[in-house]
Design a protein around this ligand. Sequence first.
Ligand SMILES: [Zn+2]
Length: 174
Amino acid sequence: MDATRITFLVSAFATHAVVGYALVRGVTDADPRLGVALGLLPDADFLFPAAWGWPLVHRGITHTPLFAVAVVAVAYALRRDRTVALAVGLGIGSHLAIDSLSSKGIDWLFPLASTAGPGVPVHGPAATAVLWAASLGVLAWRTEGALAASIAGDRSAHGSDRSDPSDRQAKRRE
Ligand SMILES: [Zn+2]
């Protein structure tokens, strides 16, 4: 494998991970690491031995809605937790949504014949920048919301007589 291919794959994996993380963090109260794991799961098919053949190939069965539904069902059967099932669905769904736009596409109708994608360079520089910006935006929005909520909680817990930290520092310097 040459350096360009490796760089491409690392960037693609990182994008799937960050989008999965941001979606789960932004939309659910589940552990956002679920979004990373499930956002990467379909590409475990890179590890399938070539001898196995279709559908156990890259962009084969692990890149189908049928597989996603099965994984969500298994997650729900194991945990009986809708939030976890939603997080699993978001993680794996984000991967399929991104890959489906590429030229290779995904097998939407698996096990029926495959459909080619619209050919968007989903892991090219422009799409990568858009996906990262959107993900970081979601994370910033969530972090800000959590911070505001904890400050509000703090205020109501301690009343309004909390001194400003910069104030305290000024006093220490005197
Ligand atoms: Zn993929």
